[in-house]
Design a protein around this ligand. Structure first.
Ligand SMILES: Cc1ncc(COP(=O)(O)O)c(C=O)c1O
Length: 473
């Protein structure tokens, strides 16, 4: 059997056009000052310590905070995942209440953060966009009602697909209704938000805690992220302690040095200018052939703004499905997207992309369009009976923590209707849970599970055997 190293070597030799994470896209110039394996060291004299930084790491974090307009920034070596978990742990430690408002486009790390913290979620469901059949938007008015009886709001913006909510008005509402309520933003996909080409950064908008997956769109190495603080509402001592509990005691200096470099790259706004122009051209040329999510979609189906650097394309106008389209893009053009489902493909841009990458993508999609467009395609979505659907979430019988400590058993998926799930199951990517542990397996959840073959699933141990873990109660 091939080793992991061999497979990686083979993969890298193909020189694909990367439209997936990490954001550096393999560009060596981002790492010219980062020597491997030399920099792979431990906490030696003069090199400071991540958990109690006093020297170079403290300085690097300070510069990051300055660049983002935060009061403090913590480097993360386990991605935005640990940032989400630490935020919730911190809130739990403040004992202001046991319920936390979580909007349900949240990544699985948020649900896992609920297991760790023991907080009870009050979810806000997403709105499914009819053209993409994806949870792109949200009815923001729902936040107001949750503010008075919860101890924090957890918001995911942008979504994986680049849709952004109106954080400013949520913060204004909070200031009026519940001034002490911390607002935690998972901006994993928005660490590049700077200048007027992009939506505003949640830090400058006034969120209390903001987590960034710096490796997704900037030049940091995979796993490297940041947690920014700008708040009197959260206890920083507990935040620091939470990170100490959750992060390794041997943080990688390569990851931390790459974060420092990423802050420098972040400030070079011009690196995005040419990419923006190319994406605008791509959208224009493919208009009428493929349905692309663009800024014109803002204002509908609970979408406030759209980040152009995430190119979401619906291929229902074609005679082939998204999986077949991805196969052609990969084998004929060397294009590797971030993710796809049956009808959509998501292409993620990062700071390392070159304008040429987008030109190749435009050419490839144009040729796919010419070759496979449906005969009766008129520029509109075909036979689309769907309206913006407000998702009804599965009833929660136990909190994620209660479900975690309850005995469980495996049963066949076909027998699971009405049972309480013992696992949090997500399609990965994007990692948004279809069902969280403690929730009922409804007909809608069951349909998604039955439809699973072609997807990548996480958190579903019995997938191969057609089984699911349910609570034994
Ligand atoms: C919205 C969101 N939050 C958090 C994460 C976790 O980020 P990381 O991979 O940096 O741990 C992801 C990962 O895909 C995500 O999509």
């Amino acid at each position: 059997m091939d080793s992991l190293g061999q497979i990686l070597l083979e993969y890298c030799s193909k020189n694909r056009y990367s439209f997936h994470t990490p954001g550096h896209k393999g560009r060596r110039d981002f790492f010219a000052s980062l020597f491997f394996p030399d920099f792979d060291v431990t906490e030696l004299p003069g090199l400071d310590m991540l958990h109690n930084p006093q020297g170079v790491i403290a300085d690097a974090q300070r510069r990051a905070a300055e660049a983002y307009g935060a009061e403090e920034t913590y480097f993360l070596v386990n991605g935005a995942t640990v940032g989400n978990q630490a935020m919730l742990m911190t809130i739990m430690s403040q004992q202001k209440g046991k319920k936390v408002c979580v909007e349900r486009r949240a990544h699985q790390s948020v649900i896992n953060g609920l297991v760790i913290s023991g907080l009870t979620p009050e979810y806000i469901p997403p709105i499914i966009h009819p053209d993409f059949n994806l949870p792109l938007g949200l009815d923001q008015t729902q936040f107001a009602a949750k503010m008075v009886n919860t101890c924090a709001l957890h918001i995911t913006s942008p979504s994986y697909y680049g849709t952004v909510i109106d954080l400013e008005s949520i913060i204004k509402g909070r200031d009026l209704e519940a001034p002490a309520l911390p607002i935690l933003v998972d901006q994993a996909h928005g660490s590049h938000y700077i200048g007027n080409l992009f939506p505003p950064s949640a830090v400058t908008q006034g969120a209390d805690l903001v987590v960034h997956s710096t490796h997704k769109t900037l030049s940091a190495l995979t796993q490297a992220g940041m947690l920014h603080v700008k708040s009197e509402r959260v206890d920083r001592q507990f935040l620091k302690k939470s990170l100490e509990i959750l992060q390794t005691s041997s943080p990688s200096y390569l990851l931390m040095a790459s974060l420092e470099n990423a802050v420098n790259a972040y400030q070079k706004k011009h690196l995005w200018d040419d990419l923006y122009e190319e994406v605008a051209q791509l959208q224009e040329r493919l208009n009428g052939i493929l349905r692309i999510l663009t800024v014109k979609d803002a204002g509908k189906y609970g979408i406030f703004q759209v980040d152009w650097s995430k190119i979401l394309i619906n291929v229902s106008s074609l005679e082939i499905d998204a999986g077949q389209a991805v196969h052609i893009l990969r084998t004929s053009y060397g294009i590797e997207p971030e993710l796809w489902d049956k009808e959509n493909i998501l292409f993620l841009l990062g700071i390392g992309n070159q304008p040429e990458d987008i030109r190749i993508l435009r050419k490839a999609l144009g040729e796919l369009g010419k070759r496979y467009i449906r005969k009766n395609y008129s520029g509109k979505k075909i036979n689309n009976p769907r309206n913006g659907i407000r998702v009804s979430l599965p009833p929660m019988h136990l909190t994620p923590r209660e479900a975690w400590i309850t005995p469980k058993r495996n049963i066949k998926v076909k027998d699971a209707l009405g049972k309480i799930s013992g696992e949090t199951i997500s399609v990965y990517p994007p990692g948004i849970p279809v069902v969280a542990s403690g929730e009922e397996i409804t007909p809608c959840v069951l349909n998604l599970l039955n439809d699973a073959e072609a997807y990548n699933w996480q958190g579903w141990q019995g997938f191969e055997r057609g089984e699911i873990l349910v609570l034994d109660i």
